[in-house]
Design a protein around this ligand. Structure first.
Ligand code: GLC
Length: 665
């Protein structure tokens, strides 16, 4: 392995570590990239109802800061909350210290959310100083406390949704004539002046836009000259579709491979809501939160973790507990998070990796989530020469490292397991060089006759060899072709490796392809066209058990759609009948809906349940030619609705399942 190093350096992925290069001119993103961990604060009048209005509770998935929209609360009633907003126990220093002790390096606070209430002194009267008995400027207090504790400070501002100013509810659906008005006028008279106010008064380092519905480039241009006056201001990507901003903002998820080459930040809640929710006790464990942070850092992103203070001005106890626990982990392991860059490994079975470059050395931080049973941590395809390996919490505890062909083995059998994640450090004077295993792609995860797959590698000189009999490929194994087609008698696993000059250099990649029996069709005759539908009304956060409910209407539909609905929200649908499969084969179904849906075909379920936007889920299934029983369930809570079923089979593209395939008895 060692003597390959020079050649390897020329041909492989050489890991560029960002933010640590001394010659690079200072960039406004530098501090942000090093920070890796921040606190999001969602706080406003919605902390008073806290998810409950007129004895109605928000449903699962309905975040409490949206309560006015979900419950269609009239403007006057909602605005009256301001007279009750008096967070006497709020202490900005305590908020900031809590974030700091958790290891967070920045705070992004809502200065105005979709409710249109300013948490700062504004020329618009609907603000915390002029409209509440509290009378104090909360944004100012936070800005000052952040300065005092050396915490970077950012402000969230909802530019495109404002339910309590005329014209501001353009994209949320009006429910009160008091919301009527021109959206442009709202932008000119409320949003633009307020953006000027917050930028000049509080000098935030981040401006966090949100929900850019109804925003166009022309409308965004109203804000751009103001922002241009603050060249060091970091802005996210939610000002307007088509305007990138400085960072991507995946919400409530961690993108599988991050956004290579881009700055990004996953914002996430600790329970299920951004604003305080008195009834939401669904807290993530500290282990999940720490591992999210590690996972995000290993993909090169930042973690913006939310708290929702109460109307009394307190951060909820379960959030405090978790922040303290994260803080105790960060005290020991922060070095493996701050200033690090993404992992060079595509996948590690036992945990995650982050890397850091300094003038003298490169460091790999190995975050162990699951200790290997034999006490040996395997690093696939790592070609750099390792100078030292040790525990991060006890640097004098050196660990034995051994190169075993295409794997580096680190002996962790004597390492004491830490809570959440245990960090091991590897030092190298080399560049960090990793040969990742090849990618195995198959369009279908199942097959009935022949299985097809493609194997590719980003290592230009590599020769890819693979097996299908369970053995580890060697130089005599089959060479990967453009498309490999195999008629296998049973399910099998493709195993593939990259070789250079006759030596295995990469990690091993695997893909399981399962051979399935085709599901027989049902022998039916004289079926009529279309599916039977049953229409229901009710408020659900997920698919109910429709068999317990009485439908309001029933009939036949020729298409899988929502034309039989009688209103736009809080309804459900069950479609039942038979699907005519034209030819025996493997089919992939794609069920897309807003909100949740599910399809059961010949006993197999494709689940796309839950409150969500237009989102698709797919399933592969082997079906014999003929009729197959099918049932589709759907529910809609609020907002947009939609239901679509598409399918494809080998050699074809997705098409909508049309009326010529739908039948009932
Ligand atoms: C959303 C929601 C919102 C929340 C935000 C955080 O778009 O509208 O309530 O503030 O995302 O990312």
């Amino acid at each position: 392995m060692k003597n390959l190093n020079k050649l390897l350096l020329l041909i492989v992925f050489i890991f560029q570590i960002s933010g640590c290069n001394a010659q690079k001119p200072a960039n406004k993103m530098d501090w942000w990239k090093d920070a890796r961990f921040g606190m999001f604060i969602h706080w406003g009048l919605y902390s008073i109802p806290a998810g409950e209005w007129d004895n109605r509770k928000t449903k699962i998935g309905e975040t409490t800061e949206w309560i006015q929209c979900y419950m269609k609360i009239p403007v006057a009633d909602y605005k009256a909350l301001a007279a009750r907003f008096n967070p006497a126990q709020f202490n900005a220093d305590e908020f900031v210290r809590l974030a700091k002790d958790a290891g967070m390096k920045y705070i992004v606070q809502t200065s105005k959310h979709h409710e249109g209430f300013a948490m700062f002194k504004s020329s618009d009267p609907f603000n915390v100083v002029d409209a509440t008995p509290y009378k104090k400027d909360i944004v100012k207090a936070m800005a000052e406390a952040c300065k005092k504790y050396g915490m970077h400070f950012g402000l969230y501002y909802s530019q495109a949704q404002d339910w309590n100013h005329p014209g501001g509810a353009a994209c949320s659906g009006h429910w009160d004539p008091a919301q009527d008005g021109s959206f442009d006028k709202y932008l000119d008279e409320v949003a633009v002046p307020q953006i000027k106010e917050i930028l000049s008064t509080y000098q935030p380092e981040i401006l966090w836009w949100d929900t850019p519905c109804e925003m166009t480039k022309e409308r965004a241009a109203k804000f751009e000259p103001i922002i241009a006056k603050y060249p060091n201001l970091i802005v996210n990507n939610r000002l307007c579709p088509g305007i990138e901003g400085d960072l991507e903002t995946p919400e409530q998820f961690i993108p599988a491979t991050g956004y290579p080459g881009k700055n990004w930040e996953s914002c996430m809640t600790m329970n299920g809501t951004w604003g305080f929710g008195a009834n939401d006790h669904n807290w993530k464990s500290s282990e999940v939160l720490v591992r999210n942070l590690v996972d995000i850092a290993s993909k090169g992103g930042n973690y913006l973790l939310n708290v929702g203070p109460t109307s009394a001005g307190l951060i909820p106890d379960p959030s405090i507990e978790r922040l303290r626990e994260i803080g105790s982990w960060m005290k020991i392991n922060g070095e493996a998070i701050y200033g690090t860059a993404a992992s060079p490994f595509k996948k590690l079975d036992w945990g995650r990796c982050t890397v850091k470059k300094t003038a003298e050395k490169n460091f790999l931080y190995l975050h162990i989530f699951d200790f290997p049973v034999d006490g040996i941590l395997r690093l696939p395809g790592l070609a750099s020469k390792i100078d030292a390996a040790y525990e991060l919490k006890n640097k004098t505890h050196k660990l034995n490292v051994e190169s075993a062909g295409n794997y580096l083995k680190v002996n962790v059998s004597k390492v004491e397991k830490e809570k959440y994640a245990t960090v091991i450090v590897l030092e190298t004077s080399d560049e960090v060089v990793v040969y990742n295993g090849p990618e195995i792609h198959a369009e279908y995860s199942i097959f009935i006759g022949k299985a097809e797959f493609r194997i590719t590698s980003d290592i230009p000189e590599a020769e890819i060899r693979y097996t299908t009999d369970g053995s580890v490929p060697n130089t005599n194994s089959a060479k990967a072709e453009q498309m490999n087609t195999i008629a296998a008698p049973a399910s099998f696993t493709v195993k593939a490796l990259c070789f250079i000059g006759g030596n295995a250099v990469s990690g091993l990649s695997e893909l399981h392809l399962s051979k399935e029996k085709t599901i027989s069709a049902v022998p039916l005759q004289n079926c009529k066209t279309g599916l039977q539908y049953s229409y229901f009304e009710g408020a659900w956060g997920q698919l109910p058990d429709f068999s317990d409910l009485k439908p309001l209407d029933q009939g036949i539909t020729q298409n899988i759609d929502l034309t039989m609905k009688k209103r736009g929200a809080d309804y459900g649908l069950v479609l039942k009948g038979y699907l005519q499969v034209p030819e025996t084969g493997v089919y992939q179904f794609l069920l897309t809906s807003n909100d949740g849906s599910k399809m059961i075909i010949s006993g197999k379920t494709l689940d796309n349940d839950g409150l969500h936007g237009m989102e698709g889920k797919s399933m592969d299934i082997a079906l014999a030619k003929g009729l197959h029983p099918v049932e589709i369930q759907y529910f809609q809570a609020g907002g947009g609705d939609g239901l679509k079923l598409e399918w494809k089979t080998e050699g074809k593209d997705f098409t909508v399942v049309g009326k010529s395939y739908l039948f009932h008895r």
